[in-house]
Design a binder for this molecule. Structure first.
Ligand code: IYR
Length: 222
């Protein structure tokens, strides 16, 4: 590995203004159709499709280009079952004792509870781990902006899942240390997010939510 900068010509997309405007509109239209869906079909998903999706997420920018992420891809039914059982145990405790009254009230319109059947129904679970540091010749070497880097990669992952016609939701059992144990991760990796991936169940429903308008999310300084 060299530390000297080595630059090559930038070879991005070459798109005209007009076409760029059309593309941005159709991307927005497509993004508006993305929803967190909790009812999964057990219809199989091609491994190649999930592989492409994960590799797309891995193109995310990261602090000092350290790419501080590991995507654990689980399709093994025994491991999915172990994850479901452990997640539901934590979630049951959270919904019963840990979450505030306000928090539970905020979740009412979304209709979630401690039951997580999708952890077994979805053909794939992607468990994203952030890599806090690397071992280099047995020594700890810190990574940088790990939360930002992994957060961006997860956003790209979710978009890629949606663009391939699949569904997901961001499942955040808390605490999620059990994933380190079940997936036998090293101490430089910390669980970050769990994403079930698959097709929507027939007649799946989603909460009737509205998204903020442009003026609610953007303050312009022209
Ligand atoms: N982690 C729990 C609770 C939960 C919390 C929020 I904030 C949500 O937007 C949805 C769920 C769960 O996954 O059910």
């Amino acid at each position: 590995m060299t530390n000297k900068p080595s630059f090559i010509p930038y070879n991005g997309l070459h798109i005209t203004n007009k076409h760029g405007l059309e593309i941005s509109k159709s991307q927005y239209t497509q993004a508006m159709l993305r929803r967190s869906v909790r009812e999964f079909s057990d219809k199989p998903v091609a491994f190649e499709m999930v592989k492409n999706i994960i590799m797309t997420a891995g193109t995310a920018p990261s602090g000092a280009h350290k790419q501080p992420w590991t995507f654990c891809l689980v399709s093994n039914p025994d491991i999915k079952k172990q994850i479901r059982e452990a997640a539901e145990k934590e979630e049951h405790e959270s919904y019963t004792n840990r979450m505030s009254e306000n928090w539970l009230k905020d979740l009412e319109p979304i209709g979630t509870d401690w039951n997580k059947p999708f952890l077994e129904t979805a053909p794939y679970l992607i468990i994203v781990f952030k890599r806090a540091f690397e071992y280099v010749d047995g020594e700890k070497w810190q990574n940088y902006y790990v939360n930002e880097s992994v957060g961006i990669a997860c956003g790209m992952l979710i978009n890629a899942i949606h663009n391939a016609g699949l569904i997901t939701l961001t499942h955040t059992p808390s605490p999620m240390n059990f994933l380190t144990k079940i997936l036998q991760r090293s101490d430089n990796e910390r669980p970050y997010l769990l994403l079930p991936v698959g097709y929507a169940a027939e007649n799946a429903t989603v909460p009737n939510l509205e998204r903020k308008s442009f003026n609610e999310v953007c303050v312009q300084f022209s």
